[in-house]
Design a protein around this ligand. Structure first.
Ligand code: NAD
Ligand code: MN
Length: 498
């Protein structure tokens, strides 16, 4: 697959068929209303397929199916080793269908197919495998009560977990929630983003093929204000795992308060700072990663390194390096392996990014990019864009743009850099570049972020938790800690004759 040409990818895309129906209780079904919406390819504006436009009634059906499956115990009480085998099979099936999974995300939301084929789709298989392997290796506790009392402290599945996910990594965001929630023994009702529902629907089909019993994993496409809200307000959903914007994360907290006090795990926006100190020895590596940190996935990354703080003595030279890298990262057809950046997810997001860019042209120093462009006369594409000398309080440096737009801000002292980096409502990720060990540790200590990467950006693995501080939300995906979100602590106290 890695040697596929542009023509290879195009012919495979043309041959693809799409699942557009909801997957409820082990079957593909239409929305109860019969309504559909179009799934659009942002690189061409073309319609890929009609997708079931589910609303409250469909959510009710899916939650009921999840509840019945949970209470029946066909997954929730399956022996851990058996559950592991099924999820390992699912990981294998994702690998067997890697090319299709990659194409679905690329076509649906505009990311480079090569990235989807080398990062997103293999990542999904890896995360399912990782949680599968954990299932029969996580032990519970016995409390130190002494003779006559046996107190077991165990982690039990919650029941029905709702998951609402965004469009920037459609397959992986669905996976991060579903793999951990399923591993813990729950039923899942997933509402993927309306911009990119196709890979999640195919994932549900593969899950069924792997042996996940009917009703255990349901995928219900639809809009946020209807399907998403119905899941958030549902009286029989035990937990709601959300990844998306801060504004909607706050709404899910309210939905829980208005309904059944379900657990809510928000993983929300970011405006991640990247701090480059003059004592960083490899400034070329720092520039490579600074560019990657904002241009990868068209900048549509929650942890995108969108604020770049550079020590003033090296700032101009560093910006020159960045300009060269931006120049080499122009957008192209996502199906062309030679393209360096893909399409923005849709027209609305593109216009939102361009509003920030136009405002920036009158308030900061545009050094490269700044235009919306087309590829073959079509689509939603934005040039890699860099603003220099951005005032710390400029909206460019404060608001999440979620596009390929970098704000460069000079600093004079370490203290000033840390203060500016932390002066944000967000706290998802941060990066530090220095070869002074004490400075690396000191600055990492002070940065208010869920992940601090030193001499790299966006460090992420199945082994380490991912999530934020402040208004980036407090949910954590990945690692064994994520399993805790999907379980309740249960004490079973047994009195016996000592
Ligand atoms: P969004 O908040 O608009 O939508 C996310 C999901 O919520 C979608 O499925 C949507 O249909 C649903 N939704 C929208 N309105 C709703 C409502 N009123 N009630 C219930 N559900 C509703 O976000 P988006 O534009 O899809 O994604 C971009 C955002 O996601 C960015 O802010 C980004 O930072 C964030 N994100 C965060 C992480 C993380 O791990 N912290 C990861 C990826 C993306
Ligand atoms: Mn789409």
């Amino acid at each position: 697959m890695l040697d596929y040409t542009y023509e290879d990818w195009k012919s495979r895309a043309d041959a693809l068929s799409f699942r557009g129906q909801a997957f409820i209780n082990g079957k593909f079904v239409d929305a109860a209303s019969g309504k559909t919406f179009d799934s659009i390819n942002p690189a061409t504006g073309g319609v890929l397929t009609a997708v079931a436009e589910c609303d409250e009634e469909d959510i009710n059906r899916a939650v009921a199916a999840g509840r019945t499956a949970f209470e029946g115990g066909r997954w929730s009480r399956m022996a851990p080793g058996d559950r592991k085998a099924v999820m390992l099979k699912l990981a294998d099936l994702i690998r067997d269908n890697l090319e299709e999974m990659a194409l679905l995300d690329s076509l649906d939301m505009g990311k480079l197919v090569t990235d989807a084929a080398t990062i997103d789709a293999p990542g999904s298989a890896h995360f399912f495998q990782w949680y599968a392997e954990a299932i029969d290796k996580v032990y519970d506790e016995v409390a130190p009560t002494g003779p006559g009392d046996l107190a077991l402290v165990s982690r039990v599945p919650l029941g029905v977990v709702g998951a609402v996910t965004p469009w920037n990594f459609p397959l992986d965001m669905a996976t991060w929630k579903a793999a951990a929630a399923l591993a813990a023994g729950n039923s899942v009702v997933l509402k993927p983003a309306e911009q990119s529902p196709l890979s999640a629907l195919r994932l549900a089909e593969l899950a069924a093929e792997a042996g996940i019993p009917e009703g255990v994993f349901n995928v219900v496409p639809g809009f946020g204000v209807t399907a998403g809200k119905a899941l958030g307000l549902h009286m029989d959903v035990d937990c709601l795992a959300f990844t998306g914007s801060t504004a909607i994360g706050k709404m899910f907290m309210q939905y829980a308060g208005q309904s059944n006090l379900k657990q809510v795990w928000p993983e929300t926006g970011g405006k991640s700072p990247n701090l480059v100190f003059a004592d960083c020895e490899d400034l070329d590596a720092a520039a490579d990663m600074a560019a990657f940190g904002i241009f990868f996935n068209q900048g549509e990354v929650c942890s995108a390194n969108s604020r770049l703080y550079v020590e003033r003595s090296i700032k101009d030279a560093f910006v020159e390096k960045l300009i060269a890298r931006a120049q080499a990262t122009q957008p192209g057809d996502p199906l062309n392996p030679a393209s360096k950046m893909g399409a923005i997810v849709d027209e609305k997001q593109t216009q939102g990014i361009m509003r920030f860019v136009e405002q920036g042209k009158t308030s900061a120093n545009l050094v490269i990019g700044g235009e919306r462009v087309t590829v073959d006369g079509k689509g939603c594409f934005v040039q890699p864009t860099i603003f220099d000398d951005v005032a710390h309080d400029n909206p460019l440096a404060r608001d999440e743009i979620f596009g390929p737009v970098l704000s460069v801000i000079p600093f004079d002292t370490e203290e000033q850099a840390v203060t500016m980096a932390n002066d944000s409502i967000y706290g998802l990720a941060a990066s530090v570049w220095t070869d002074n060990l004490s400075r690396a540790c000191r600055v990492s200590d002070k940065l208010m972020a869920g992940t601090v990467s030193v001499n790299t950006v966006d460090a992420l693995s199945a082994m380490t938790p991912f999530g934020g501080m402040k208004q980036s939300g407090f949910g954590r995906d990945l690692s064994l800690h994520s399993l805790e979100k999907y379980t309740a602590l249960k004490t079973t106290w047994i009195k016996y004759k000592a």
